[in-house]
Design a protein. Structure first.
Length: 94
């Protein structure tokens, strides 16, 4: 990789400094962040788990909702989708 290509890469130190400012001593109104893309294999689940973990690590309260029919997010968090009696489908249709 030549030096010109390095200029195209994001400056992770700026992102890190921004995440540090997200640390809280108290909670305010909820903010919704949605990760979606029709195409499979683009890193939605990985990005969601990583973002949720980072925000929780900075003291944020995080709720991750798994709308994937295969339950990939649940599996990534160590929850077996087959163990539950209710699904998101049940919540939306009741």
């Amino acid at each position: 990789m030549n030096p010109q290509h390095l200029k195209l890469l994001p400056d992770w130190s700026d992102l890190y400094r921004h995440l540090i400012t997200l640390a809280l001593t108290e909670h305010g109104p909820a903010r919704i962040i949605a990760m979606f893309n029709q195409k499979g294999g683009v890193g939605k689940t990985t990005s969601t788990v990583s973002l949720g973990a980072a925000l929780a690590g900075y003291g944020r309260r995080v709720l991750l909702v798994d709308f994937d029919p295969q339950g990939a997010l649940s599996v990534a968090l160590g929850i077996r989708p087959s163990d539950g009696d209710l699904t998101v489908y049940n919540l939306l249709t009741d």
